[in-house]
Design a protein around this ligand. Structure first.
Ligand code: IPE
Ligand code: IPE
Ligand code: MG
Length: 248
């Protein structure tokens, strides 16, 4: 029996974000190079996308490459960029067939030209798809994103297009790369690390956090269901008391 049968379809998170971690350790455990782990991580991406779309999740954001990951050895970065290009290329038809829209957040102009072009092309081709939005965080970090938002707001103030008094949470949210999405209700991190690593700091203010020891290439559909099951059994109080939640 699968835990999927225990899920309340009426109470699904609208937006799930995943920090896909542990590819390198997965490869090392079997005496292979780190890149082998990244290649096998693609299978887990496919599983997560397929199961999220089948369940009816509307937004799935995957942390694929952080700003800090640019500090990795050059050959690993090159292998990852190549893998992005070939995977996006291979999967475009599947995205189209399954009515999934591809989007991306991050400093996309810092990506190699080929990766940027491939990404942009698939984003454009899938732009009208409506079943689920698959959002890749590429060359992304939350502090970078917030800094860019501040710059853009400051410029508008300087040009008198915006009054400092009209700056509120909504306005800041609309200046983030995630402006067109609701905040994630559930954040999953694999590989047994208990940190956020500069991911969606603003957007996860009230997300439920779920950590699993599974290394990313081993992450299966059942693991996603387990995370959603855990989410559905949390009491989300948003600062209120338990009594308020249960009588309201
Ligand atoms: C996650 O796996 C993938 C990326 C960060 C690109 P890692 O490459 O971080 O694997 P570990 O954490 O070293 O095992
Ligand atoms: C976070 O994983 C970034 C991605 C999953 C893309 P890292 O492996 O880079 O994070 P740290 O270095 O362990 O915090
Ligand atoms: Mg890691």
């Amino acid at each position: 029996m699968s835990i999927v049968d225990e899920l309340d379809i009426q109470k699904l998170p609208t937006h799930i974000a995943i920090i896909m971690d542990g590819n390198g350790r997965w490869a090392k455990k079997q005496g292979k190079l780190r890149v082998f782990g990244h290649k096998n991580g693609v299978k887990a991406v496919r599983e997560a996308v397929e199961s999220a779309a089948d369940l009816g999740i509307k937004y799935l954001t995957l942390y694929a490459f952080s700003t800090e990951n640019w500090n990795r050895p050059k050959h690993e970065i090159n292998a990852l960029m190549k893998l992005f290009v070939s995977t996006i290329n291979k999967e475009t038809e599947t995205l189209l067939k399954n009515n999934i829209r591809l989007s991306a957040i991050g400093n996309l102009s810092s990506l190699p030209t080929k990766a940027y072009k491939e990404l942009k092309e698939t984003m454009e081709r899938t732009a009208n798809n409506t079943r689920m939005q698959l959002n890749l965080a590429l060359s992304y970090s939350s502090r970078w994103e917030l800094t860019e938002a501040m710059k853009s707001i400051a410029e508008k103030v300087q040009k008198h297009e915006l009054e400092p008094d009209s700056i509120d949470e909504g306005l800041l949210s609309r200046h983030l790369n995630t402006a067109d999405m609701p905040d994630p209700e559930l954040l999953i991190r694999t590989s047994g690390e208990y940190r956020i690593s500069n991911f969606l700091l603003w957007q996860i203010a009230y997300a439920e956090l779920y950590f699993t020891d599974k290394l990313w290439p081993d992450f299966e559909k059942e693991d996603l269901y387990r995370a959603i099951y855990a989410y559905q059994n949390r009491e989300r109080r948003f600062g209120k008391t338990s009594e308020q939640i249960n009588t309201g």
